[in-house]
Design a protein around this ligand. Structure first.
Ligand SMILES: [Fe+2]
Length: 247
């Protein structure tokens, strides 16, 4: 199968799977995680933090070790802890899929919304970065970026604008929509494109945290400098894998 045909087939399948997840039937929402995954072919994360895939100092000098330590062990840890509290209070199984929860978040409390989003967003954010050095997208991901944004330079410009114009705290996103096209946008606070209340919908491929806790110790109010440097950390191999598969 040619690269183009494989890309179209795989992105369509991926888009369909996530579209199904976003509009899933109520009968599936309370079912155990393994059953949900089998029924929807959507992988899931649980409410616990997973280990950081590198050491606190691995992303320096772009992101300093103190920022990473506080971000992971205090801020992100609190989202996980508070999510588990909300799940217990609102009678959700500890084995529930966080992605499924996000897809129906309008049914739950503000605490659930903030902390399920906070947990999911950070779990993805850590994996979007790598200490391997500056990379560039290749293959099917680069082909999709050129198709949907014109060029890599245009993509960077639009993504940076989304991150810079998010007022206050929030996130910038590259998503794969249900039609298999890439979308750029931002969400406030800890909202994300999997939430049924979000105007921006799709499978998140790349996440950028623009809360001040992500950069203030090192960059203070210089969000633009943080964003420009952060691009050198993006693990484009990971982003490309998310586009092609349900992972
Ligand atoms: Fe954060």
């Amino acid at each position: 199968m040619s690269d183009r045909r494989y890309f179209l087939k795989s992105t369509l399948q991926s888009g369909l799977a996530w579209s199904t997840a976003v509009g899933l039937a109520p009968s599936l929402q309370a079912s155990p995680l393994a059953q949900q995954k089998a029924a929807l072919h959507v992988p899931s994360i649980g409410p616990d933090q997973t280990p950081l895939p590198y050491t606190y100092d691995a992303l320096a000098p772009i992101i300093d070790a103190r920022t990473m330590e506080i971000h992971y062990s205090k801020h992100a840890a609190a989202y996980s802890k508070n999510l588990k509290e909300a799940m217990a209070t609102e009678k959700l199984s500890a084995d529930s899929s966080v992605e499924m929860l996000l897809a129906t978040i309008s049914r739950y409390s503000e605490k659930m919304r903030n902390n399920s989003g906070g947990h999911y967003n950070h779990e993805l954010f850590w994996k979007c970065m790598s200490p391997k050095g500056p990379q560039e997208p290749t293959g099917q991901l680069l082909e999709a970026i050129v198709r949907d944004f014109g060029s890599m330079a245009d993509f960077r410009k639009r993504f940076t604008e989304a991150a810079m114009t998010r007022f206050g705290s929030g996130w910038a996103w590259l998503c794969l929509d249900a039609g298999g096209r890439l979308q750029i946008g931002s969400t406030p606070n800890q909202d994300n494109p999997l939430m049924d209340i979000s105007p921006l919908r799709g499978k998140p491929l790349l996440a950028l945290d623009v809360w001040e806790h992500a950069y203030y110790l090192q960059y203070q109010n210089r969000r633009a400098e943080y964003i420009e440097n952060w691009f050198k950390l993006v693990d484009w191999t990971f982003v490309g894998q998310r586009m092609r598969t349900d992972s």
